[in-house]
Design a binder for this molecule. Structure first.
Ligand code: GTP
Length: 320
Protein backbone atom coordinates (compact mmCIF):
# COMPACT_ATOMS: atom_id res chain seq x y z
CA UNK A 1 0.00 0.00 0.00
CA UNK A 2 1.49 3.34 -0.98
CA UNK A 3 1.93 5.97 1.71
CA UNK A 4 -0.53 8.79 1.24
CA UNK A 5 -1.79 11.85 3.02
CA UNK A 6 -4.15 10.52 5.63
CA UNK A 7 -7.61 11.48 4.40
CA UNK A 8 -9.40 10.11 7.44
CA UNK A 9 -10.92 11.34 10.69
CA UNK A 10 -8.34 12.68 13.11
CA UNK A 11 -10.43 12.21 16.25
CA UNK A 12 -12.85 9.61 17.54
CA UNK A 13 -15.93 10.51 19.54
CA UNK A 14 -18.61 8.24 20.89
CA UNK A 15 -22.07 9.01 19.49
CA UNK A 16 -23.60 11.56 21.87
CA UNK A 17 -26.50 9.28 22.82
CA UNK A 18 -24.25 6.33 23.58
CA UNK A 19 -24.29 5.58 27.31
CA UNK A 20 -21.83 2.89 28.32
CA UNK A 21 -21.81 1.34 31.77
CA UNK A 22 -18.08 0.84 32.20
CA UNK A 23 -18.36 0.05 35.90
CA UNK A 24 -20.96 -2.62 36.74
CA UNK A 25 -21.85 -3.28 40.39
CA UNK A 26 -19.62 -6.32 40.86
CA UNK A 27 -16.53 -4.14 40.25
CA UNK A 28 -17.44 -1.90 43.16
CA UNK A 29 -17.86 -4.96 45.34
CA UNK A 30 -14.59 -6.41 44.06
CA UNK A 31 -12.78 -3.18 44.90
CA UNK A 32 -13.97 -3.33 48.52
CA UNK A 33 -13.01 -7.02 48.82
CA UNK A 34 -9.51 -6.26 47.50
CA UNK A 35 -9.02 -3.57 50.14
CA UNK A 36 -10.22 -5.90 52.90
CA UNK A 37 -7.63 -8.55 51.99
CA UNK A 38 -4.72 -6.17 51.63
CA UNK A 39 -3.33 -6.42 55.13
CA UNK A 40 -1.80 -9.83 54.54
CA UNK A 41 -0.60 -9.17 51.01
CA UNK A 42 3.19 -8.99 50.49
CA UNK A 43 3.36 -8.11 46.81
CA UNK A 44 0.98 -6.75 44.17
CA UNK A 45 1.22 -8.14 40.66
CA UNK A 46 -0.68 -5.94 38.22
CA UNK A 47 -1.54 -7.76 35.01
CA UNK A 48 -2.38 -5.78 31.89
CA UNK A 49 -2.78 -6.41 28.18
CA UNK A 50 0.49 -5.67 26.40
CA UNK A 51 -1.41 -4.21 23.40
CA UNK A 52 -2.57 -1.33 25.63
CA UNK A 53 0.40 -0.67 27.93
CA UNK A 54 -1.08 2.66 29.07
CA UNK A 55 -4.82 2.70 28.37
CA UNK A 56 -6.91 1.63 31.33
CA UNK A 57 -3.90 1.47 33.63
CA UNK A 58 -4.60 4.42 35.82
CA UNK A 59 -1.74 3.80 38.23
CA UNK A 60 -3.11 6.25 40.78
CA UNK A 61 -6.37 4.35 40.81
CA UNK A 62 -4.68 1.02 41.44
CA UNK A 63 -2.31 2.60 43.95
CA UNK A 64 -5.28 3.90 45.91
CA UNK A 65 -6.96 0.52 45.95
CA UNK A 66 -3.94 -1.60 46.69
CA UNK A 67 -1.44 0.65 48.38
CA UNK A 68 1.03 -0.56 45.77
CA UNK A 69 2.96 2.66 46.26
CA UNK A 70 4.24 1.09 49.47
CA UNK A 71 3.98 -2.61 48.69
CA UNK A 72 6.29 -4.24 46.15
CA UNK A 73 4.67 -3.97 42.73
CA UNK A 74 5.28 -5.78 39.45
CA UNK A 75 3.65 -4.81 36.17
CA UNK A 76 3.07 -7.86 33.98
CA UNK A 77 2.17 -7.16 30.35
CA UNK A 78 0.48 -10.34 29.17
CA UNK A 79 -0.62 -11.63 25.74
CA UNK A 80 2.75 -10.61 24.32
CA UNK A 81 2.20 -13.22 21.59
CA UNK A 82 -0.28 -10.71 20.12
CA UNK A 83 2.15 -7.81 20.41
CA UNK A 84 5.29 -9.26 18.81
CA UNK A 85 8.98 -8.77 19.74
CA UNK A 86 9.57 -5.50 17.85
CA UNK A 87 6.58 -3.82 19.43
CA UNK A 88 7.64 -5.23 22.80
CA UNK A 89 10.85 -3.24 22.66
CA UNK A 90 9.04 -0.02 21.76
CA UNK A 91 6.45 -0.56 24.50
CA UNK A 92 9.25 -0.92 27.04
CA UNK A 93 10.87 2.31 25.84
CA UNK A 94 7.51 4.07 25.89
CA UNK A 95 6.86 2.97 29.49
CA UNK A 96 10.36 3.94 30.62
CA UNK A 97 9.79 7.41 29.12
CA UNK A 98 6.27 7.99 30.36
CA UNK A 99 6.20 6.12 33.67
CA UNK A 100 9.80 6.02 34.94
CA UNK A 101 8.53 5.10 38.40
CA UNK A 102 7.73 1.60 37.08
CA UNK A 103 10.75 -0.47 37.97
CA UNK A 104 9.57 -4.04 37.56
CA UNK A 105 8.05 -4.86 34.19
CA UNK A 106 7.66 -8.35 32.73
CA UNK A 107 6.18 -9.46 29.41
CA UNK A 108 4.34 -12.78 29.46
CA UNK A 109 2.53 -15.22 27.23
CA UNK A 110 0.32 -17.89 28.77
CA UNK A 111 -0.44 -19.51 25.42
CA UNK A 112 3.19 -20.40 24.79
CA UNK A 113 4.25 -23.93 25.80
CA UNK A 114 7.36 -22.44 27.38
CA UNK A 115 5.24 -19.95 29.35
CA UNK A 116 7.30 -17.00 28.13
CA UNK A 117 8.02 -14.70 31.07
CA UNK A 118 5.46 -16.23 33.43
CA UNK A 119 8.08 -18.17 35.35
CA UNK A 120 9.99 -14.94 36.08
CA UNK A 121 7.12 -13.60 38.19
CA UNK A 122 7.72 -15.71 41.30
CA UNK A 123 11.51 -15.15 41.61
CA UNK A 124 11.06 -11.41 41.09
CA UNK A 125 8.23 -11.23 43.64
CA UNK A 126 10.27 -13.20 46.18
CA UNK A 127 13.26 -10.90 45.64
CA UNK A 128 11.14 -7.76 46.02
CA UNK A 129 9.48 -9.03 49.19
CA UNK A 130 12.92 -9.93 50.55
CA UNK A 131 14.28 -6.46 49.76
CA UNK A 132 11.26 -4.66 51.17
CA UNK A 133 12.04 -3.10 54.55
CA UNK A 134 8.45 -2.20 55.32
CA UNK A 135 7.03 -5.60 54.54
CA UNK A 136 9.99 -7.71 55.40
CA UNK A 137 8.32 -11.09 55.46
CA UNK A 138 11.09 -12.76 53.47
CA UNK A 139 11.88 -15.02 56.41
CA UNK A 140 8.26 -15.73 57.16
CA UNK A 141 6.85 -19.11 56.31
CA UNK A 142 4.63 -17.92 53.50
CA UNK A 143 4.07 -15.11 51.01
CA UNK A 144 0.82 -13.80 49.64
CA UNK A 145 0.76 -12.25 46.19
CA UNK A 146 -2.32 -10.41 45.01
CA UNK A 147 -3.11 -10.35 41.29
CA UNK A 148 -4.96 -7.26 40.11
CA UNK A 149 -5.88 -5.64 36.81
CA UNK A 150 -8.64 -4.80 34.37
CA UNK A 151 -10.92 -7.63 33.13
CA UNK A 152 -9.85 -10.36 30.71
CA UNK A 153 -6.12 -9.67 30.65
CA UNK A 154 -5.13 -13.16 31.80
CA UNK A 155 -4.99 -12.88 35.61
CA UNK A 156 -6.50 -16.34 36.20
CA UNK A 157 -4.47 -17.86 33.35
CA UNK A 158 -1.21 -16.73 34.95
CA UNK A 159 -2.18 -18.21 38.32
CA UNK A 160 -3.04 -21.50 36.62
CA UNK A 161 0.25 -21.65 34.69
CA UNK A 162 2.23 -21.05 37.88
CA UNK A 163 0.26 -23.65 39.81
CA UNK A 164 0.63 -26.21 37.02
CA UNK A 165 4.38 -25.63 36.67
CA UNK A 166 5.38 -25.37 40.34
CA UNK A 167 2.93 -27.79 41.94
CA UNK A 168 1.99 -29.93 38.93
CA UNK A 169 -1.59 -29.33 39.93
CA UNK A 170 -4.68 -28.72 37.83
CA UNK A 171 -6.06 -25.25 37.14
CA UNK A 172 -7.63 -23.62 40.16
CA UNK A 173 -8.83 -20.30 38.75
CA UNK A 174 -11.61 -20.00 36.16
CA UNK A 175 -10.51 -18.74 32.75
CA UNK A 176 -12.81 -17.52 29.97
CA UNK A 177 -12.66 -15.57 26.70
CA UNK A 178 -15.35 -13.12 27.88
CA UNK A 179 -14.51 -10.32 30.30
CA UNK A 180 -15.80 -10.65 33.86
CA UNK A 181 -15.32 -14.39 34.46
CA UNK A 182 -13.87 -13.83 37.93
CA UNK A 183 -16.63 -12.01 39.84
CA UNK A 184 -15.26 -11.93 43.39
CA UNK A 185 -11.96 -12.07 45.26
CA UNK A 186 -11.23 -15.77 45.69
CA UNK A 187 -9.57 -17.87 48.35
CA UNK A 188 -5.80 -18.03 48.36
CA UNK A 189 -4.45 -20.40 45.72
CA UNK A 190 -1.22 -22.20 46.57
CA UNK A 191 1.32 -22.02 43.78
CA UNK A 192 4.53 -23.07 45.50
CA UNK A 193 5.38 -25.39 48.39
CA UNK A 194 8.68 -24.29 50.02
CA UNK A 195 8.50 -21.50 50.89
CA UNK A 196 4.74 -21.55 50.60
CA UNK A 197 3.52 -18.93 48.16
CA UNK A 198 -0.15 -18.16 47.64
CA UNK A 199 -1.82 -16.06 45.01
CA UNK A 200 -5.09 -14.22 45.41
CA UNK A 201 -7.14 -13.88 42.22
CA UNK A 202 -9.35 -10.79 41.98
CA UNK A 203 -12.12 -9.68 39.63
CA UNK A 204 -11.11 -7.38 36.79
CA UNK A 205 -11.72 -3.76 37.71
CA UNK A 206 -11.95 -0.67 35.52
CA UNK A 207 -11.77 2.88 36.78
CA UNK A 208 -15.15 3.99 38.09
CA UNK A 209 -15.41 6.60 35.36
CA UNK A 210 -13.92 6.14 31.93
CA UNK A 211 -14.09 9.71 30.69
CA UNK A 212 -11.77 9.40 27.72
CA UNK A 213 -13.67 7.91 24.75
CA UNK A 214 -10.56 6.55 23.12
CA UNK A 215 -9.34 4.87 26.27
CA UNK A 216 -12.71 3.15 26.63
CA UNK A 217 -12.67 2.02 23.01
CA UNK A 218 -9.17 0.57 23.35
CA UNK A 219 -10.29 -1.42 26.39
CA UNK A 220 -13.31 -2.63 24.43
CA UNK A 221 -11.20 -3.54 21.41
CA UNK A 222 -8.87 -5.83 23.34
CA UNK A 223 -11.87 -7.42 25.09
CA UNK A 224 -11.71 -5.91 28.58
CA UNK A 225 -15.49 -5.75 28.67
CA UNK A 226 -18.15 -7.85 27.00
CA UNK A 227 -18.66 -6.71 23.39
CA UNK A 228 -22.38 -6.10 23.77
CA UNK A 229 -21.76 -3.36 26.35
CA UNK A 230 -20.14 -1.12 23.71
CA UNK A 231 -21.54 -2.79 20.59
CA UNK A 232 -19.58 -4.55 17.86
CA UNK A 233 -20.50 -1.87 15.30
CA UNK A 234 -18.86 0.83 17.39
CA UNK A 235 -15.82 -1.32 18.23
CA UNK A 236 -15.32 -2.09 14.52
CA UNK A 237 -15.64 1.61 13.69
CA UNK A 238 -12.99 2.50 16.26
CA UNK A 239 -10.70 -0.24 14.92
CA UNK A 240 -11.03 1.15 11.38
CA UNK A 241 -10.39 4.69 12.65
CA UNK A 242 -7.26 3.55 14.54
CA UNK A 243 -5.83 1.56 11.63
CA UNK A 244 -6.28 4.44 9.18
CA UNK A 245 -4.90 6.98 11.61
CA UNK A 246 -1.76 4.88 12.06
CA UNK A 247 -1.56 4.05 8.36
CA UNK A 248 -1.89 0.36 9.08
CA UNK A 249 -3.60 -0.72 5.89
CA UNK A 250 -3.15 -4.50 6.26
CA UNK A 251 -6.93 -4.69 6.69
CA UNK A 252 -7.49 -3.80 3.02
CA UNK A 253 -6.00 -7.10 1.87
CA UNK A 254 -7.36 -9.09 4.80
CA UNK A 255 -10.92 -7.92 4.09
CA UNK A 256 -10.39 -8.11 0.28
CA UNK A 257 -11.50 -4.50 -0.23
CA UNK A 258 -11.40 -3.67 -3.93
CA UNK A 259 -11.22 0.10 -3.57
CA UNK A 260 -8.43 0.44 -0.97
CA UNK A 261 -8.55 2.08 2.47
CA UNK A 262 -11.77 3.68 3.55
CA UNK A 263 -13.04 5.56 6.58
CA UNK A 264 -16.61 4.40 6.09
CA UNK A 265 -17.24 1.42 8.36
CA UNK A 266 -20.63 0.57 6.84
CA UNK A 267 -19.15 0.43 3.35
CA UNK A 268 -16.18 -1.65 4.50
CA UNK A 269 -18.35 -4.15 6.37
CA UNK A 270 -20.90 -4.33 3.54
CA UNK A 271 -18.20 -5.14 0.98
CA UNK A 272 -16.65 -7.79 3.24
CA UNK A 273 -20.05 -9.34 3.96
CA UNK A 274 -20.96 -9.43 0.26
CA UNK A 275 -17.70 -10.99 -0.87
CA UNK A 276 -17.76 -13.54 1.94
CA UNK A 277 -21.37 -14.65 1.68
CA UNK A 278 -22.56 -13.07 4.92
CA UNK A 279 -26.28 -12.50 4.50
CA UNK A 280 -29.32 -12.74 6.70
CA UNK A 281 -33.02 -12.80 5.95
CA UNK A 282 -35.05 -9.93 7.35
CA UNK A 283 -38.86 -10.06 7.44
CA UNK A 284 -40.42 -6.80 6.30
CA UNK A 285 -43.68 -5.25 7.58
CA UNK A 286 -45.52 -6.51 4.51
CA UNK A 287 -44.44 -10.10 5.24
CA UNK A 288 -41.87 -10.20 2.43
CA UNK A 289 -38.47 -11.58 3.30
CA UNK A 290 -35.51 -9.51 2.18
CA UNK A 291 -31.96 -10.87 2.02
CA UNK A 292 -29.53 -8.30 3.46
CA UNK A 293 -25.80 -8.16 4.10
CA UNK A 294 -25.02 -9.19 7.66
CA UNK A 295 -23.02 -6.21 8.90
CA UNK A 296 -22.89 -7.49 12.48
CA UNK A 297 -21.28 -10.77 11.41
CA UNK A 298 -18.77 -8.80 9.32
CA UNK A 299 -18.00 -6.48 12.26
CA UNK A 300 -17.38 -9.50 14.51
CA UNK A 301 -15.00 -10.99 11.96
CA UNK A 302 -13.08 -7.70 11.61
CA UNK A 303 -12.68 -7.44 15.40
CA UNK A 304 -11.64 -11.08 15.58
CA UNK A 305 -8.91 -10.47 12.96
CA UNK A 306 -7.47 -7.79 15.23
CA UNK A 307 -7.78 -9.87 18.41
CA UNK A 308 -6.03 -12.85 16.89
CA UNK A 309 -3.17 -10.74 15.52
CA UNK A 310 -4.19 -11.16 11.86
CA UNK A 311 -3.95 -7.42 11.21
CA UNK A 312 -0.33 -7.38 12.34
CA UNK A 313 1.37 -6.58 15.66
CA UNK A 314 -0.31 -3.56 17.16
CA UNK A 315 0.34 -1.42 20.22
CA UNK A 316 -2.87 0.59 20.47
CA UNK A 317 -1.15 3.19 22.64
CA UNK A 318 1.51 4.06 20.09
CA UNK A 319 1.49 7.65 18.88
CA UNK A 320 0.25 8.29 15.35
N1 GTP B 1 -3.35 -14.77 23.17
C1 GTP B 1 -3.31 -14.89 24.50
N2 GTP B 1 -4.46 -15.10 25.19
C2 GTP B 1 -4.38 -15.23 26.54
C3 GTP B 1 -3.15 -15.14 27.24
N3 GTP B 1 -3.42 -15.27 28.57
C4 GTP B 1 -4.75 -15.45 28.68
N4 GTP B 1 -5.33 -15.43 27.46
C5 GTP B 1 -6.77 -15.57 27.16
O1 GTP B 1 -7.43 -14.39 27.63
C6 GTP B 1 -8.75 -14.71 28.07
C7 GTP B 1 -8.94 -14.19 29.50
O2 GTP B 1 -8.12 -14.93 30.39
P1 GTP B 1 -8.42 -14.97 31.96
O3 GTP B 1 -7.26 -15.66 32.60
O4 GTP B 1 -9.79 -15.49 32.24
O5 GTP B 1 -8.38 -13.41 32.28
P2 GTP B 1 -8.79 -12.66 33.65
O6 GTP B 1 -7.96 -11.43 33.69
O7 GTP B 1 -8.68 -13.59 34.81
O8 GTP B 1 -10.31 -12.31 33.31
P3 GTP B 1 -11.50 -11.74 34.29
O9 GTP B 1 -11.88 -12.86 35.18
O10 GTP B 1 -12.55 -11.37 33.30
O11 GTP B 1 -10.97 -10.54 34.98
C8 GTP B 1 -8.88 -16.22 27.94
O12 GTP B 1 -9.53 -16.51 26.71
C9 GTP B 1 -7.44 -16.71 27.91
O13 GTP B 1 -7.29 -17.94 27.22
C10 GTP B 1 -1.95 -14.91 26.48
O14 GTP B 1 -0.84 -14.80 26.99
N5 GTP B 1 -2.10 -14.80 25.12
Amino acid sequence: MTAQLNPFRNAFRLPTKQRINWFPGHMNKGMRQIQQKLRNVDCIVEIHDSRIPLAGRNSQFFDTITGSGVKPHILVLNKVDLLGPKQQRSVLQQLRRQQPELKNILFTNCKDQRNHGVLDILPLATQLVGDSSRYNRAQSAEHNIMIIGVPNVGKSSIINVLRNVHLKKRSAARVGAEAGVTRAVGERIKIQEKPAVYMIDTPGILQPSVTDDEMGMKLALVGCLPDHIVGEDLIADYLLYWLNKHRRYEYVEKLSLSSGPSDNISAVLAEYAQTHGMFHRVKQYDGQVEVMTNLLAAARKFIQFFRTGQLGSINLDEHA
